[in-house]
Design a protein. Structure first.
Lengths: 312, 265
């Protein structure tokens, strides 16, 4: 048993690294800033915590309704409600610092300059272990299409953010693209240290009596078990072509889902929507992976990562 | 707040058309529950429906470790609840939310509930009576057949009034009209209300006109139910200078002072 290690390392620059005691983290936007879930279990047990998406200025978010349930999934249109970087560092980070669990700050901007500024401001903040850039936000300067759906804007936003931080830099890709592999390769070339796959899939729902979309914003992001097979396929494809580590997510609900993602090529994984249904999901997954490793003779996560792919 | 995956159903009975009362054995929930709080129920063992459903605590029996809920079948989740049988386990999270503020003065309070919205008010009325408050409980329903039996309240010394939309029982009209009549003829210190949104809007108006402290229980579609996902936003006034902001119905509410709630978005 002694030899079994669940540790995962994501290397940044200047010898900075994200070191996780196990591969299980919580997905941005589904875990607030940790406080609520601390009432259920000891946050020290988690591999890492990705906090709610942060912007330069506070944002009040979209009008309700913000959540619509769909078959085995949910659509959300929260609208990035967050206290802004200052509010986050002042009011939320001190609590998270009391745990021995790395904090990944998920950042969003309207322009490339905003991403760069966020990266610069967070680079030396105590208690921040990595940055995760959310490229699913609209690029306000260039037609409001998400940064993550165009190779060129993706390259530019990752490169500029890279230039402004030595923290391990994770790029969270939007799955709303024709070729996810191309996007992952672009992120790698622009200097990403890891890739998270996937953010939510765009969807919508109509109120059949009011005869109009339920969300004020018309569209929302689909998450939960409904998206798992697609997310898993994307991890599989990206693993074949990209060398940096992949953090897999999308509908992970139990340890078996998690193992599938690791075997498909993920070095770590995030639990999102499943937290809403069972707050203890991340812990149950950690235990489940550990038992699986012991039973199947895996000694570490690296050995398991991508194991389902045919040998090169 | 805790998760009780092994709470047990004691009984689950239809009391009037489309309305059920379920008793659940969950000592931890029963001992810490406050009126106005809710439990978040996993109605299905599968991913359909995926999310939990928020349901108010209707009554509780600390000694026996039992809470009850009163629910109306409106869709998939609430229909699945009707299938639970005594001794089945049920996965609940709670108690959640802030609950009604209830000072310990021996004063007079009026509670106005519409439809299944009377659920949290029954719990409130029973607790308030124990604190020796004089409780006026106004139940509104569409008609006689959808009135919910409130013997417990009468036994506890509450003044119980009913209003039906069609006049088939009690006062002919909305519970809000009956509340207004009460406020005209006697001193009431605080008003509490839960019910459909149009009713809550009227309650807010009455509260402002009469300058009377009023608390209302809001509803919103919920994700986590514990304050983490920001899915259950409602607009609330902060103060004159700061204007309004979004608050979480699940964690900052579901109970809010009526005067701060901004309706109509
Ligand atoms: C704090 C709180 C406390 C509550 N307490 C109680 C309580 O004590 N008792 C109680 O009975 N309820 C209570 N509720 C309400 C209860 O949570 C809901 O009734 C329940 O979640 C409905 O779940 P469902 O799966 O049965 O309905 P769903 O299947 O989710 O559907 C709900 C309604 O939406 C309609 N709908 C769905 N899709 C569309 C569409 N595309 N266009 C138009 N309409 C659509 C359905 O027809 C249905 O009428 C409370 C809610 C909150 C927030
Ligand atoms: C309510 C909600 C809010 C989210 N907010 C963010 C966010 O702020 N930033 C981000 O990068 N992803 C956000 N996501 C996406 C999740 O982090 C995750 O990528 C996605 O939900 C897929 O995982 P899941 O199916 O396990 O939930 C959000 C998801 C949900 C459901
Ligand atoms: S339901 Fe998640 S914050 Fe209220």
């Amino acid at each position: 048993m002694n030899e079994l290690s669940m540790e995962v390392r994501i290397q940044g620059q200047n010898r900075r690294a994200l070191i996780m005691k196990n591969p299980v983290m919580t997905a941005s936007g589904t875990f607030g800033f940790g406080k609520e879930y601390a009432a259920f279990y000891d946050l020290n047990k988690l591999g890492a915590i990705a906090v709610k998406g942060i912007t330069l200025e506070p944002r009040e978010g979209n009008p309700p309704p913000r959540i619509i349930e769909t078959p085995s999934g949910i659509l959300n249109s929260i609208g990035l409600q967050n206290p802004g970087i200052e509010g986050f560092v002042r009011n939320e980070l001190p609590f998270l610092r009391t745990f021995n669990t790395p904090v990944i700050v998920n950042i969003s901007g309207n322009t490339i300059a905003e991403y760069a500024l966020l990266a610069e401001k967070l680079d030396t903040v105590e208690g921040v272990s990595a940055l995760e850039i959310n490229v699913s936000c609209p690029n306000v300067k260039e037609g409001c299409l998400a940064f993550g759906i165009n190779k060129e804007s993706l390259f530019n936003v990752v490169k500029k953010t890279r230039e402004n931080t030595t923290l391990p830099l994770i790029v969270k890709l939007s799955p709303n693209v024709t070729d996810i592999v191309e996007m992952a390769e672009t992120a790698e070339q622009a200097g990403a240290d890891a890739i998270s796959l996937v953010n939510t899939f765009l969807g919508t729902a109509i109120d059949i009596y009011k005869k109009k979309p339920i969300f004020a914003n018309i569209v929302g992001g689909l998450s939960g078990p409904a998206i798992k097979p697609i997310a898993l396929r994307m991890v599989w494809e990206v693993y074949e072509k990209v060398n940096i580590p992949i953090i897999g997510m999308g509908g992970i609900t139990d340890w078996k889902d998690a193992v599938e993602f690791i075997l498909a090529g993920a070095s770590a994984l995030a639990v999102g929507t499943a937290n809403f249904i069972n707050p203890n999901t991340p812990l149950e997954i950690i235990d489940g992976i550990q038992s699986y490793m012991a039973a199947e003779g895996f000694k570490n996560i690296e050995e398991m990562t991508g194991y389902a792919h045919p040998p090169a | 707040m805790h998760i009780d995956t092994s709470a047990t159903v004691i009984s689950n009975k239809k009391i009037i058309p489309e309305h059920y009362k379920m008793e659940i054995y969950s000592p931890q929930t029963a001992s810490s529950a406050k009126p106005g709080q809710f439990i978040h129920i996993k109605t299905s063992r599968t991913t359909s429906p995926l999310l939990r459903r928020p349901i108010s605590i209707y009554m509780r029996d600390k000694k026996r470790g039992i809470i009850s809920i009163l629910y109306k079948t409106v869709g998939t989740g609430t229909s699945l609840l009707t299938e639970y049988k005594p001794e089945d386990t049920i996965d609940i999270m709670g108690p959640l939310g802030n609950g009604f503020p209830l000072g310990d003065e021996q004063n007079r309070i009026a509670l106005a509930g519409g439809g299944v919205g009377i659920a949290p008010l029954v719990f409130l009325a029973l607790e308030a009576s124990q604190l020796k408050k004089q409780v006026i409980f106004i139940q509104g329903a569409q008609c006689k057949t959808t009135l919910i039996e409130t013997r417990e309240l009468k036994d506890a010394g509450c003044i119980v009034e009913t209003a039906t939309d069609d006049g088939s029982a009690g006062f002919h009209g909305f519970p809000t009209e009956l509340l207004k009549k009460y406020l005209e003829k006697e001193r009431i210190d605080t008003v509490y209300s839960c019910g459909p949104t149009p009713m809550l809007k009227t309650i807010k108006k009455i509260s402002l006109e009469n300058k009377i402290q009023t608390y209302i229980s809001l509803e919103q579609k919920m994700g986590c139910g514990i304050g983490a996902c920001l899915g259950c936003a409602c607009r609330v006034l902060v103060n004159e200078s700061q204007g309004s902001t979004y608050k979480r119905v699940c964690a900052d509410g579901p109970i809010f002072p009526a005067e701060v709630v901004v309706f109509d978005e």
